[in-house]
Every structure is written in C-alpha cells, then in structure tokens.
Design a protein around this ligand. Structure first.
Ligand code: FMN
Length: 385
C-alpha cells in the first residue's frame, strides 16, 4: 500500500497521474475540445462563486448523506462514466467500482470501457452499479447491451445524448490515440518511462473495449476509438430513440448531457428519473457555458419535475457543495476519479473520494450547516452566482 498521507488534494493526484500514465492516455483525460475554453470554464466558474462564512453555529453531528434517484449515497457524488478507464491503470473500471462500493457512492461504467459489464459484476460481488449507454447504429447490439446490463445487475442506465459525433480534441489526434498504443518510436520511448503502468498492463488480459470486442458484428479488434466512433455512433439520435430505450430498459433512466432549458423540458417530459447538466467535461462543444453556469436556469425550469444533477469541473468538495447549493441533487466526477486511479489505482480513487468528502464536510460546517439536506443557495454570497 502506498503512503498517501501527503496526498491532500485532487491536484496532488493529477501530478502523480501525469508522471505514471502514458502521455497518450493522460492527455486523453486531461484535455477538452478545440481551444478548451469550456473545459477551463468548468473549473474556473466554480471559483467565482463565493461562500458565506458563518460562526458560532454548533457544528457537531454533521452528515453528508443523501440520495440520488432514491439510492442512498455517502455524499451526493457518483463516479461519471469515462471511456478507456482501463488504460489509465490496468483493470481501472474494476478498481473504480470497488472503491466506489466501499465508499458508498455509485459507480458508472461507460459503454467505451475496457473492463466489461460482466467483469464489473464478477469482481464486485454483483453489487449494483450504473451503466452509461451510447446509442449506436447497430440497434441489435444496443438491445443485447441492455440485456447484458440487466444480467450484470445494473440498477440505472445513463443515456448520453451529447456525443452523436465527436468533438475534436487536438491532443488525441496528435498522439495517435489508440488502444492499445501503437508501437511507434515516440510511444515506446514514452512507455519506457512508465514501468508501473506497463507491469500492470502485462498482468491483465483486459486491453480493448470489453463491452464491444467480440460482441458487435464485425468488430473483433478495435484499433481506434475515433474510427469506431465515426462508423457506429448514431448521428440521427432523437427523442424517439430515448423513448425506445426507456421502454426496452424499463428501469431507472438518467439523461446525460443537457445544457439547455428547452432540452431540459424535453428530458423532464420524457419521464426519465434524472438529468445531468453536463458538457461532457468540455470535450464536445467548445464555447458552451460551464455546467455550473448552466445549472440554475435548468433547476428553475424543471427542478420540481425531475432530479437535476451536474458534472464538469468538480475538483474539490467545495465544488460539490456549491453545485448542491445551486440545486443539483447529485454530482458526478470524471477527472477527479481518473487522476486518483492513474496515480495509485484503487487506493488513489479511495483517496480522491476521501479528499472530496473531507472538503465537503468541513466547508459545509464553515457555512453554518450540519446536514447536506439543508444546504441551499442561502450559503452563497449574493451577486457571485
Ligand atoms: C477521459 C474521459 C472519458 C470520458 N468518457 C465518457 C464516456 O465514455 N461516456 C460519457 O457519457 N461521458 C464520458 N466522459 C464525460 C464524463 O462522464 C463527465 O461528463 C465529465 O468527465 C465531467 O467533467 P470532469 O471530468 O471535469 O469531472 C468522459 C470524460 C473524460 C474526462
């Protein structure tokens, strides 16, 4: 077990992950589309929101416990779906799911994961988890995927609506992102500096898209995320497909990637259980507002009809508290999770969750609240949000 006592914030984990993870995969996580302005705004807009410090309020007996779509959570944070997670660290999705289970928060597996639905079920004692679905042209494949999710004890489906086509990320093109990495001279030199990662990869059989390879027609050997995306992601995705998937699945449904009030209204009337205000971590439409800036209008419009969550830019428990204050019942973390994983595997994910929890708990107390359920916008300084 590594000594993580000196790892005190998410930024510490990012620095270690950058050292340990091959450049191609570190860059894949730590980048946004085009100029990355939305990616940066996701973080920096949180900083503009100021908290009201209260004093001489009894801070004993605090609780960050809450619920997301009726599920008990140790804090209102879930792990967001991230593709290629098993390339940040060998067996990354299994390790993330285990850490989330132990902490008492939900884990979401991406369609584009390395470990499969069946892997997660097998290695977490069939503990319920969430699955994120991308809609592909091959609807038979989607139907089978939904059945596999059901069999793996998935308790909620997250349908991602903001990736019919792929936002351009310069670094991925320049690095020639592929799974596993192509043995170019530049890649070999870079891999030689990542012995810990290489040992992990040599020790696992999970090195390609576990939910897809061997399951989709004509897809045995995926060499490139972007060619698969170009070929199979359905640019014609519509609200009729949302209805079709809702019917096929029949369980809890979460719609991910809502940034506009009109879309939020459509999401609410679709009968879904929650929507996620999300710009895909700034990886799709560069120039869109930050998620935290988009949140209040969406909460105003549909907050009484559907649970509204958000993700994008959460790097501390303070960000979780601010999102909650602005009406997000739940939040999701992408990079804060990936940095922990890339740095130290499961122990790093656990550390990331401990860091967020401690920051959330203490900040809530400084704002004069002892129960996350009693947090609202009155903890924020007027004029700063
Ligand atoms: C490396 C990476 C891969 C991602 N892959 C997916 C994915 O497969 N499906 C999906 O719905 N969202 C995906 N996302 C978006 C996340 O689910 C989430 O919306 C985003 O990471 C939140 O922003 P944050 O990273 O600032 O927390 C990905 C994000 C990252 C950083």
């Amino acid at each position: 077990m590594p000594d993580l006592s000196k790892i005190t914030c998410i930024e510490d984990l990012r620095v270690v992950a950058k050292r340990r993870v091959p450049r191609m995969f570190y860059d894949y996580a730590d980048s946004g589309a085009w100029t990355e302005s939305t990616y940066r705004a996701n973080e920096s807009d949180f900083q503009k929101i100021k908290l009201r410090q209260r004093v001489a309020v009894n801070m004993e007996g605090r609780s960050t416990r809450s619920t997301m779509i009726g599920q008990d959570v140790a804090m209102p944070v879930a792990i967001a779906p991230t593709g290629l997670t098993g390339m940040q660290h060998a067996d990354g999705e299994i390790l993330g799911a285990r850490a989330a289970k132990a902490f008492g928060i939900p884990f979401t597996l991406s369609t584009m994961s390395i470990c499969s639905l069946e892997d997660i079920a097998e290695h977490t004692g069939r503990h319920p988890f969430w699955f994120q679905l991308y809609v592909m042209k091959d609807r038979d494949f989607i139907e089978r995927l939904i059945e596999r999710a059901r069999a793996a004890n998935v308790s909620a489906l997250q349908l991602t609506l903001d990736l019919q086509i792929l936002g351009q990320r310069h670094k991925d093109i320049k690095n020639g992102l592929s799974t596993p990495p192509k043995p170019t001279i530049a890649n070999m030199i870079n891999l030689a500096t990542k012995p810990h990662w290489c040992m992990g990869m040599l020790g696992t059989k999970r090195r390609t898209f576990g939910n897809i390879a061997g399951h989709a027609k004509g897809v045995k050997d995926l060499s490139s995320l972007s060619s698969w995306t170009a070929e199979q992601f359905d640019p014609a995705l519509s609200w009729a497909d949302v209805e079709w998937i809702k019917k096929r699945w029949g369980g809890k449904l979460i719609l991910k990637g809502i940034m506009d009030v009109e879309d939020a209204r459509l999401a609410a009337s679709s009968g879904a259980d929650a929507l996620i205000v999300s710009n895909h971590g700034g990886r799709q439409l560069d120039g869109a507002p930050s998620s935290i800036a988009a949140l209040p209008a969406i909460v105003d419009a549909v907050g009484s009809e559907i649970e509204v969550w958000m993700d994008g830019g959460i790097r501390s428990g303070q960000d979780v508290l601010k999102a909650r204050a602005l009406g997000a019942r739940g939040t999701l973390i992408g990079r804060s999770f990936l940095y922990g994983l890339g740095a130290y595997g499961q122990a790093g994910v656990t550390r990331a969750l401990q860091i967020l929890h401690k920051e959330l708990d203490i900040t809530m107390a400084f704002c004069g609240r002892t129960d996350i359920e009693n947090v609202d916008s009155s903890i924020l300084l007027p004029g700063t949000f």
